[in-house]
Design a protein around this ligand. Structure first.
Ligand code: ADP
Length: 504
């Protein structure tokens, strides 16, 4: 926002102030002086006229005493010395006019009607009148009346007034000149300051400075203002410089950090890829090894069975039985390892199809109901009466359910196991619920890790391998779902997951 008019207005206001102060001072001095002068001169004239009148009165006193008109008239002639005296007359105590001087046409004959001719104050009256007593030996013997023209007095007074006003006007002009010079001295630095402030604001250039006061300029508030403003700009410039430095160092650091992060990410990616490659290679190797190792195990098993059929002592039979058990455990272990390796190597590609829940549950029932009843457990299946169809890989789902149901029966000693499926919107919620030993809260998450067995850290192979849930987790991930476990220690567990339902 521009404020040029504002700056001009400061100058204008100061000028007006100087002018007003000078004019008022001048007016008062002229008017006061003029009035005083007028009064003084007026008094002076009247005093001089009074002196002249007294002298004439004295000259006429003898004539008055003897009522000598002629002598009185001659005595009044001394008034001719003052040509401004227009008319004069003497009146003895008896009150009649004894003699007169000048144009006495309008003079009254008796003293009684003289009162209207007596002096009264008028500022600009053309004449002045006097009426004073004539004394002889201290006693009043009559009065002298005198009227003088003020024309000359007025002329002289006007001449003097003109001179005085001219002189004062000259003084006023000089005062205005000085005032303007003074204003320029005050306003110029303020204008400069405002100009610099505007430039700084518009250009954001803090290296600008207001013009410093001229050398030898008086040290006043304006100088102080300029100095302070410039000092403030220096401070701002310094801070801005610091801020810029800080910002650029910050930017540099951010760039360095970003570069570090990028390079760390790249390293991590390389590490992840090589780890994945190694895992795949390991899994492929394990899959191949497990497969190859299973054949000699089967051969050993066959040989052991053949040996068992020969005539053996009781001790030899018992050894052969233990050997058979160990071979079965080893076989199971290889099966599990092969499963995990295949899953990790990505050998199992899920093939989604329409799976009838009825068929699925029938399979589960025929596989596990006998096992459950052998342990005197109730085995219950819960699914909708009118049927339900899932879209998933049937074989993988069967393996997953088999693991969960197998565990549920394995870890339940009383009560029962229930496999349930329920509709939840577009999905089916599948649950394996048991009233078994349950799992402590701190173990609920770890049971899905390889070789983890609650309360079996030494991995007693007779109590399972600790790989079942690890395989189940991988199967669930292949089926694009996640198994959630809720358990109450000593009361039972629920393992559940969701699968998509076919649109019917
Ligand atoms: P395991 O071969 O030992 O059963 P899993 O991986 O199948 O191995 O299970 C890991 C551990 O989780 C088991 O050792 C067991 O302690 C616990 N577990 C699994 N299922 C259940 C269940 N239904 N009830 C109680 N504990 C269970």
């Amino acid at each position: 926002m521009q404020r040029n008019s504002g700056q001009a207005s400061i100058r204008f206001q100061l000028f007006r102030l100087v002018l007003a102060v000078s004019a008022i001072a001048l007016a008062f001095s002229v008017i006061g002086g003029a009035l005083l002068e007028w009064k003084l001169q007026y008094q002076q004239i009247r005093q001089s006229l009074a002196t002249t009148a007294r002298a004439a009165g004295m000259a006429a006193s003898a004539a008055i005493a003897f009522h000598d008109k002629k002598a009185a008239g001659e005595a009044l002639h001394i008034l001719a010395a003052q040509k401004e005296i227009e008319v004069a007359a003497v009146y003895p105590l008896e009150g009649y006019r004894l003699a007169s001087y000048g144009d006495d046409a309008d003079l009254p004959d008796t003293i009684g009607s003289l009162s209207e001719h007596l002096p009264s104050f008028a500022l600009w009256s053309p004449s002045t009148t006097l009426f004073i007593p004539i004394l002889l030996d201290g006693a009043t013997i009559g009065h002298i009346y005198l009227r003088a023209s003020l024309h000359d007095y007025h002329r002289i007074y006007l001449e003097q007034a003109f001179l005085a006003i001219s002189t004062n006007l000259l003084g006023l002009i000089l005062a205005i000149g000085f005032g303007l010079r003074f204003i320029r001295h005050i306003v110029k630095p303020i204008n400069d300051l405002a100009h610099t402030a505007r430039q700084v604001r518009e250009s954001k250039d803090f290296s600008l400075r207001a013009t410093p006061p001229e050398a030898g300029a008086p040290n006043n508030e304006i100088t102080e203002l300029l100095d302070s403003f410039n000092a403030m700009l220096t401070e701002i410039e310094l801070r801005e410089q610091m801020l810029t430095n800080y910002q650029s160092s910050l930017e540099r650091r951010v760039l360095e950090r970003t570069e570090d992060l990028h390079s760390a990410n790249r390293d991590l990616l390389v590490a992840k890829e090589s780890a994945e490659a190694a895992t795949q290679a390991k899994s492929r190797f394990l899959a191949a090894a497990s497969h190859d190792l299973r054949q000699p195990i089967q051969a050993i098993n066959l040989f052991n069975e053949a040996l068992n059929r020969t005539a053996l002592s009781n001790e030899q039979k018992s050894i052969s039985n233990f050997l058979g058990q160990s071979i079965r455990n080893l076989g199971e272990l290889f099966d599990a390892l092969l499963d995990i390796s295949k899953l990790d190597a990505g050998a199992n590609i899920p093939r989604p199809e329409m799976i009838s829940v009825h068929t699925l549950f029938s399979g589960i029932d025929s596989e596990f109901s006998a096992l459950a009843s052998a342990k005197s457990l109730r085995f219950k299946l819960h699914f909708p009466f009118n049927g339900m169809t899932l879209v998933t890989d049937g074989k993988l789902l069967q393996r997953l359910l088999r693991n969960l149901v197998g565990n549920a029966i394995k870890y339940t000693t009383q009560g029962g196991v229930m496999v349930a499926i329920r509709r939840r919107g577009d999905e089916a919620l599948i649950q394996v619920i048991d009233t078994g030993i349950g799992i402590a809260p701190q173990h609920v998450k770890t049971i899905f890790e390889e070789y983890f067995q609650v309360g079996n850290p030494e991995r007693d192979k007779s109590k399972g391998l600790g790989l079942g849930l690890a395989i189940t987790k991988r199967l669930a991930s292949l089926l694009n779902t996640k198994i959630v476990c809720r358990s109450d220690l000593g009361k039972g567990s629920v393992f559940e997951f969701r699968l998509p339902l076919a649109h019917t």
